[in-house]
Design a protein. Structure first.
Length: 589
């Protein structure tokens, strides 16, 4: 009964305005006649009250005064009350002049007195809660808000605001292509406008916050957010559906703008691959490994064995997944790795452990080679020894025509995975580009620079990279495991590459720092490519999923490969030895 609603609010103010109008009209008589009213002037009092109050209420409806949420009453709403009174008393004055006999006897000065009394009382009632809230120091967080998107969540967002659950005051709704039929209509008494009106709405209604009430495609989201950023709006939130089927208001992140949502995520296939299985994950504390761990846990793995050589990283993911077994082991230590496999007997192995930072690997070539190549061989050989069902190796787009040590080591791992005699174990590699939010991603670096007020450093104006959400990339990795038959090199469709300088500009706008922060070009680092590639040639093969391809396998005699890798480990000139195995390796200095 006490929960606010549009109908209850209208009825409350309607009843209040009638009572206040009765009081102000009588008070006008009292003031006009110096507190003594001759009975003859009261003969037409109720006729005057009925006509004037009816006109006044109709005028207040015309100016939408009854549809304002009480606690969000603002200056524009006060102006509408003034306009409604001017209209009402003008109409009444005209009626009085035309039909003066109906109101006689009636002093005309009553009209002016009642105008000001009514304006004060009706406006005062509505501003009362605003004043009380201001006294409680909470009005500062109430933002005139634009709701974008017409859908099932739109009315819910308005209701949350009306009930005080969020500190936003919806003043207008903007319909996009989907929902444009609702333009010029009202949802919970708030008007729906066209997207082309957004600039004028921001100015006219003093918009300082935006809530996107429905899920938008990445392209739609980019257009909307870019438009808002250019209008100076940076407080943008989106109503999102959580896994618990509950809605949550979340900040729009730069990752949301870059996300490429695969339309063929097959969660049933992933569940059938993972559920009830013993899964071992190497590099489990890293950005990709920890997300794969979360996904495997969510999809019902029987047990999780998490391998990492970083105590801190392992501790962090262990705190999150407390049922997992933690193995503080380096993959380059075959003896320790063997003990872990022997004890936990995994059915599935996801190998995410690797050194991935290009400049560091260029400086520390031996460490990169031992960790990335020897570590990966140890994982695959041990998996074969203990008859693991499937091994999924995480690779990288930097393995294609590599220009650096890191990419070349990953290419050698791909070659080993494709050509090793895996017996009863299906071994596959999955190649993809940058994942948003990973420890090596440029986005956290840009965020930190912006927070510190520093210029954004971009290596080259033409440098491009592929991007995908880390959660979706990891789900696709597991999906490849579900369809893998062994010896494949899977490639994830990462969409179109993004120019890093455009990303930097977008982030500057996104955080409202245009004019404050510039972009500085620092020059390509050792081993860094301008353009990353995902495919070696155009002979990739399609799978049942449009987001997953199979690259043409590269034949390499496994005995020769093993001998060449042994020479690599012992070679003084690591670059020459790497080029001996991967002839397309052209080092960029």
């Amino acid at each position: 009964m006490l929960r606010p609603s549009s109908l209850k609010r209208v009825l409350f103010f309607l009843f209040s305005d009638i009572i206040l109008s009765l009081f102000t009209l009588y008070a006008s008589y009292v003031l006009r006649f110096a507190f003594y009213i001759d009975s003859q002037f009261l003969e037409s009092f109720f006729i005057t009250f009925f006509i004037l109050t009816s006109i006044k209420i109709i005028s207040l409806f015309i100016f939408k005064v009854y549809f304002v949420v009480w606690r969000f009453f603002g200056f524009s709403d006060a102006k509408n009350i003034v306009k409604a009174h001017i209209l009402a008393y003008s109409i009444f004055t005209i009626l009085y002049l035309i039909f003066s006999d109906i109101f006689a006897p009636f002093p005309r000065s009553i009209i002016a007195i009642d105008f000001f009394l009514s304006l004060s009382m009706i406006g005062g009632l509505r501003i009362l809660k605003r004043v009380l809230i201001e006294d409680n120091k909470s009005i500062g967080v109430m933002k005139p808000t634009l709701i974008i998107g017409v859908g099932s969540n739109t009315a819910m967002v308005i209701r949350h605001a009306m009930e005080g659950e969020i500190d936003y005051y919806p003043v207008a709704i903007v319909a996009l292509e989907k929902g444009k039929d609702a333009i010029n209509s009202y949802i919970n008494n708030i008007k729906v406008y066209s997207f082309k009106d957004i600039a004028s709405l921001v100015v006219d209604k003093n918009i300082s916050g935006v809530i996107i009430s429905r899920e938008l495609s990445s392209d739609e989201l980019k257009i909307v957010v870019d438009k808002l950023n250019r209008l100076g709006i940076t407080d943008i939130k989106q109503m999102k559906m959580m896994e618990s089927n509950q809605e949550k208001l979340e900040e729009i992140s730069i990752e949301d703008l870059l996300a490429r949502h695969p339309k063929d995520l097959d969660k049933d296939a992933i569940a059938s691959f993972i559920k009830g299985k013993r899964v071992l994950i190497t590099g489990a504390g890293g950005s990709i490994g920890s997300e794969i761990t979360r996904q495997c846990y969510a999809f019902g793995a029987e047990s999780l064995t998490l391998v990492d050589n970083s105590e801190f990283n392992l501790y962090q993911i262990g705190e999150e997944i407390d049922s997992a077994t933690l193995a503080l082991v380096s993959v380059s230590d075959k003896e320790s790795l063997d003990k872990v496999f022997r004890e936990f007997n995994p059915q599935i192995v996801i190998h995410a452990a690797a050194y991935k930072h290009v400049p560091i690997c260029e400086i520390n070539q031996q460490s990169a080679i031992i960790n990335n190549i020897l570590g990966s061989i140890n994982v695959m050989d041990t998996s074969i020894l203990y008859k693991v069902d499937k091994v999924v190796i995480i690779s990288t787009d930097k393995a294609v025509r590599p220009t650096n040590v890191m990419g070349t080591t990953k290419r050698i791992v791909e070659l080993y995975a494709n050509n090793v005699n895996s017996k009863d174990t299906d071994i596959v590699a999955v190649r993809f580009g940058n994942v948003l939010g990973s420890s090596g991603s440029v986005i956290p670096k840009f965020k930190k620079q912006i927070e510190n007020g520093n210029n954004l450093t971009v290596t080259h104006p033409d440098i491009t990279r592929y991007f995908m959400l880390i959660s979706e990339a990891c789900q696709l990795v597991l999906q490849t495991g579900a369809i893998a038959k062994g010896r494949e090199l899977f490639v994830l469709d990462m969409g179109e590459p993004i120019k890093i300088v455009d990303l930097a500009k977008q982030m500057i706008r996104f955080y409202g720092k245009e004019g404050e922060i510039d972009i500085v070009f620092s020059g390509l680092r050792a081993g860094e490519k301008l353009y990353e590639e995902l495919l070696i040639d155009e002979s990739e093969k399609k799978t049942i999923y449009s987001s997953i391809f199979i690259a043409k396998p590269t034949e390499y005699n496994i005995d020769k490969l093993n001998k060449d890798i042994d020479k690599l480990f012992k070679a003084e000139d690591k670059i020459e030895a790497l080029q001996n195995i991967v002839p397309e390796f052209k080092r960029e200095l």
